[in-house]
Design a protein around this ligand. Structure first.
Ligand SMILES: [Zn+2]
Length: 346
């Protein structure tokens, strides 16, 4: 099972940063060589094995503060699954419409993710403009086809936690919003069921995430799905002292990439509480990742890797980053001994 941005890839990026490769051969323009603080943060992330997938319908539906918080503060692999590419919206900066606008918005989402540190996924569904109900949406999309795409992303990315932007009950307004939540709920179960979409199992294994949460609209949760047990609060306004920014500031920069929609978000600091409501799976106690092992111990034989990476983080010298290379090479060797079917080394 292979995923696209697991710790080993961070290791590769670190090597690139430490060897100061010319920017024209690096994988992710426009990000330049990591500075010392970013390298330290990347080292910390190498030692956290956890993942969260955010699901909604369109470019701009995503909660960029939460994605930035998950990636930077919790240091897990975070991703946004936008069911469509936003082909049906308006274009405030050019003449592209329909599929071409979908291409523009795809690039805007990728640019946003380069800032907030999350990954980006899509399905085959087309944004055909406003729809009043999920039934109308599914009639256009083809429910099983798009569901299979959501299941594929879950089986490939293997999130510990899935978070929906919208509830399944219609308060999200747009039928495509509600449909995205319904698909997330169905896919949460289907991804772990070998009888569903068995043709995918040639390439990926089944996966059962720990829990599915709804990112409620208001501080107090609420809505027709409110079930006060399993409701947790997350402060996405936390401040990252390495980056010198709070996650809401990072999110404002990320969100401002939605240029075809004329977005320009103001940066702000301070507490920003979000509520998360359990929809399926095990309800957490107080923390989003309760019951999930976020260490290398979750990989059989992985403990040795974790210890080396811990030492690499502890002994990292900002003015002499290359001194970390022997430890990173040792960690890399240990990773190559791990079972081939683990999803954390590629
Ligand atoms: Zn939307």
């Amino acid at each position: 099972m292979r995923t696209s941005f697991r710790p080993i890839l961070f290791a590769a990026i670190l090597f690139a940063a430490l060897f100061v490769l010319p920017s024209n051969i690096k994988a992710q323009p426009p990000q330049e060589v990591m500075n010392a603080a970013e390298t330290k943060l990347a080292l910390k992330k190498l030692n956290i094995l956890g993942s969260a997938l955010y699901v909604a319908a369109h470019p701009d539906d995503e909660n960029t503060s939460l994605l930035a918080y998950l990636s930077g503060e919790r240091k897990v692999c975070a991703a946004y699954l936008s069911v469509t590419r936003g082909d049906g919206g308006q274009n405030l900066i050019g003449t592209e419409q329909g599929a071409l606008l979908g291409l523009v918005r795809t690039q805007e989402l990728l640019a946003a993710r380069r800032i907030d540190g999350a990954q980006q996924f899509f399905t085959r569904a087309i944004d055909f403009g406003y729809s009043k109900s999920p039934e109308e949406t599914f009639a256009v999309w083809g429910r099983e086809a798009v569901l299979s795409d959501v299941v594929w992303v879950i089986r490939r990315f293997r999130p510990d936690v899935i978070i929906t932007r919208f509830p399944t009950t219609g308060e999200g307004g747009h039928g495509q919003h509600t449909a995205s939540a319904i698909l997330a709920v169905e896919a949460f179960e289907a991804a772990g069921d070998p009888a569903r979409f068995p043709e995918q199992l040639k390439y990926v294994e089944t996966w059962k995430p720990k829990r599915l949460m709804w990112n409620g609209f208001s501080r107090g949760g609420g809505g027709a799905q409110a079930n006060r047990s399993g409701l947790i609060s997350v402060d996405v306004g936390a401040y990252n002292s390495l980056l010198g920014k709070s996650y809401t500031e990072i999110a404002a920069n990320s969100r401002s990439m939605h240029k075809s929609q004329g977005f320009g978000s103001a940066e702000r600091r301070g507490s920003a509480l979000n509520t998360l409501q359990t929809i399926a799976g095990d309800a957490p106690g107080a923390d989003l990742f309760d019951g999930v092992d976020l260490s290398w111990r979750r990989v059989p034989g992985g403990e040795a890797v974790g210890k080396i990476l811990e030492e690499a983080e502890r002994t990292y010298e900002p003015e002499n980053p290359q001194a970390s290379l022997p430890l990173l090479i040792r960690a890399h060797r240990e990773m190559s001994k791990l079972p081939a079917d683990n999803s954390w080394v590629e």
